[in-house]
Design a protein around this ligand. Sequence first.
Ligand code: ZN
Length: 117
Amino acid sequence: MKASFDDIFVTTTCPSQEQLLDYVQGKLSPEERHAIELHITDCEMCSEALEGLMAIQQKEKIPGWLRQMKWETLSKLRRKSRTRRPVDFKISLVVIVCAVIFLVLALFWTYYFYVRK
Ligand SMILES: [Zn+2]
């Protein structure tokens, strides 16, 4: 039981994003390269990730891009959570106020209409 858990753990130990980047950029030692190549034959996720990294021609810029992408996503999320809520709140408030005014006017108008008749 324990052995099979250990096996699962070993086969799912993926190299870090930095290790994959170092591999693509040729910064790893032959042993490390070999370890990653061995892992890739077993791991579809890592081999696909590596293919994607290799497809990018300007390999030196990858770490910067990743950081920038992360930063942009975070700042977008932050902007959304900051500005969206008050706007939605204001719009729904306007809609509610308009609906109440319309309802009061409609009631008043029908009441007035019936009384006059
Ligand atoms: Zn992997």
